[in-house]
Ligand binder design. Structure first.
Ligand SMILES: Cc1cc2nc3c(=O)[nH]c(=O)nc-3n(C[C@H](O)[C@H](O)[C@H](O)COP(=O)(O)OP(=O)(O)OC[C@H]3O[C@@H](n4cnc5c(N)ncnc54)[C@H](O)[C@@H]3O)c2cc1C
Length: 562
């Protein structure tokens, strides 16, 4: 394309949303990506596409009373904004919660996206009414998960491509922003050797075969975060809040999530803030069938598994599975070890283990209703969970607790667990099951969770973990799974990148994870989940709409059909 109005750097979800909005307005967009076309949609394709909606019809039908005020209170209690540079993140938070309570669901429905009827309850919180966490279930999983979320934007963008309004240049890696008269005028970079046949997510060659220089009226950076760049994660790790960075980490995102454009933008004078805020999970397992290097899968567990630290001590309230990702991560790392353990049994795994990743949920990905219902009600775990149980290096299985602990010790990366101590912790917990009103806080939390009707089928009825009828016993070694970057390029509500003095950087916009999902850190210190793909949509829309408004009219161009 000779004279694009806008260059978009990154064909992930945020890039597709911005491109869609621009092409609807008749703007000419050149989209550059360092990967091949098979990777269109970026990380979002791999996601569950869980969406944070507020006061949705799905919530109301499930008996949940949600509101903008409650959601904003939850957001602010989680974000705990406390810095001068939180000015724009705070504004983004308010606008984003309003979007989630108003336009978001309708906008996606108009594009053809549907969600499951039962909102899930992610990040149940840190146990304080005013603290971190969702007071009510708000995680709306897309029917068709990540591939469907990508499809609803990819299809109109590809139609615009056919009309000549959009052009893609794959294997084009941007290394530098061109500055002229104090404004961004384009990009420079390297053409990487072609790899058309490489499957989605597989790490690609970085061999350069050419270079390029391209110009446009504006550049939107939508290049994602730093989740696969362990050096950058360690460099920016908030030791004061989370403790020492883990020695052993596994990657919850593909290799292209490398943070390169953050440095390139900062080098020309863009404001990069909150780089020490990040969102990783303590419940990562090594993928036995990896796609990208060090491929981690996160277990999204219901509340019943017993969670032990590396020394064999049970995590205290409220560090139960699915409650407080960073709180539990901090507690796990406080032992000086970078792993922990779940102990559970067959009844719990079959009801409560879900794996994050579209490829790990083929029934929802393929929109197969009968398989979805069958797999969720079966005594067997889902196929992918069973496959991990059989093949995963982090899983051990046994009929008796002594043998289970021996097997756990055989895969330990630290202290050997004491059979008597761990066995007693499980027996103590089991004794409390037999009273409706016991003193074990985790059991109380399970009963509370089961009082939300849709969760009844997803949470095992409280029972003795050592009861052979619910066996075999299962232990899982949990590792730190890297994922999201909460800080990033500081932007105003039009997704325009700012300079450190607060003035807009002419010609430069950013959206999605590279912008901390808006403002340079809309989540503050903590996320409520389902807010990341939504953040890409909201900030991508803001960039696309702002540029559609401000770029000069091009009367000869026909807007692409939506
Ligand atoms: C397994 C998994 C499950 C998830 N589940 C959820 C969920 O349920 N709900 C939720 O809200 N979020 C979820 N997320 C997070 C969410 O998917 C991501 O945060 C989001 O998709 C990021 O989108 P993005 O467009 O900002 O960046 P990306 O998807 O990372 O796309 C960036 C693109 O930019 C390209 N790029 C990078 N640098 C350059 C360069 N220098 N030159 C050219 N191109 C470049 C990359 O190749 C890539 O294609 C999940 C993520 C994963 C991996």
């Amino acid at each position: 394309m000779n004279d694009p109005d806008v260059i978009v750097v990154g064909a992930g979800l945020a890039g597709l949303v911005a491109t869609h909005e621009l092409s609807k307005a008749g703007k000419r967009v050149l989209v550059l990506d360092q990967e091949n076309r098979n990777n269109l949609g970026g990380q979002a394709w791999w996601s569950l596409a869980g969406l944070f909606f507020v006061d949705s019809p799905e919530q109301r039908r499930a008996g949940i009373r949600d509101s903008f005020d409650l959601a904003l209170a939850d957001w602010l209690g989680s974000a705990r904004f406390d810095r001068d540079e939180d000015h724009w993140p705070r504004k983004w938070a308010e606008s984003y919660v309003r979007f989630a309570a108003t336009e978001k669901r309708g906008y996606l429905r108009d594009l053809g996206l549907r969600v499951l009827p039962m909102p899930g309850w992610a990040e149940r919180g840190d146990g304080k009414a005013g603290g971190h966490g969702n007071s009510v279930p708000r995680f709306h999983m897309t029917w068709g998960v990540g591939p469907e979320l990508v499809r609803v934007f990819q299809e109109p963008v590809e139609r615009a491509e056919q009309h000549g309004l959009v052009e893609f240049a794959f294997r084009h890696r941007v290394d530098e922003l061109i500055i002229e008269s104090d404004a961004v005028a384009g990009v420079r970079g390297s053409v990487l050797e072609s790899c058309d046949d490489l499957d989605r997510g597989v790490a690609s060659s970085r061999t350069e075969v050419d270079d390029f220089e391209l110009r446009a009226s504006a550049v939107i950076v939508t290049s994602g975060g730093i989740g696969h760049n362990f050096d950058a994660i360690r460099r920016n790790w908030p030791v004061d809040r989370l403790g020492e960075p883990p020695e052993h980490m596994i990657a919850g995102v593909p290799a292209y999530v490398d943070g390169r454009m953050l440095d390139a933008s900062e080098q020309v004078g863009a404001s990069l803030i909150n780089r020490d805020r990040m969102w990783h999970y303590p419940e990562g397992i090594h993928n036995w069938d990896p796609v990208w290097p060090n491929h981690a899968i996160r277990i999204i567990a219901g509340p019943s598994s017993i969670w032990l630290d590396a020394n064999g001590n049970r995590l205290e309230a409220p560090n139960y599975p699915g409650f407080d990702a960073l709180g539990s991560l901090t507690r796990v790392l406080s032992t000086g070890h970078d792993y922990s353990w779940f102990i559970l049994n067959q009844s719990i795994i079959s009801r409560e283990f879900a794996l994050s990743g579209s490829e790990q949920n083929p029934d929802v990905a393929e929109k197969n209703v009968s398989e979805f219902v069958r797999s969720r009600l079966s005594r067997q775990a889902t196929g992918p969970v069973e496959a991990f149980k059989q093949n995963g290096v982090d899983f051990v299985i046994s009929d008796n607790v002594e043998d289970l602990i021996e097997k756990m010790n055989s895969i330990s990366r630290g202290p050997l667990l004491d059979t008597g101590q761990v066995g007693e912790a499980i027996r103590q917990r089991d004794r409390d099951v037999n009273h409706k009103y016991g003193k074990d806080l985790q059991l109380m939390a399970i009963r509370n969770a089961r009082s939300y009707r849709p969760e009844r089928t997803r949470i095992a009825k409280p029972h003795e973990i050592l009861d052979a009828d619910h066996g075999p016993l299962i232990a899982v070694r949990l590792n730190v799974c890297t994922r999201k970057t909460l800080g990033g390029l500081e932007t105003n509500l039009d997704s325009q990148v700012l300079r450190p003095d607060g003035s807009p950087f002419p010609g430069l916009y950013a959206a999605g994870e590279v912008a901390g999902f808006g403002g340079g850190g809309v989540h503050g210190y903590n996320a409520l989940e389902g807010t990341f793909v939504g953040g890409c949509i909201f900030s991508g829309l803001a960039a696309g709409r702002a540029l559609s408004r401000t770029l000069p009219e091009s009367p000869s161009r026909v807007p692409a059909a939506a």
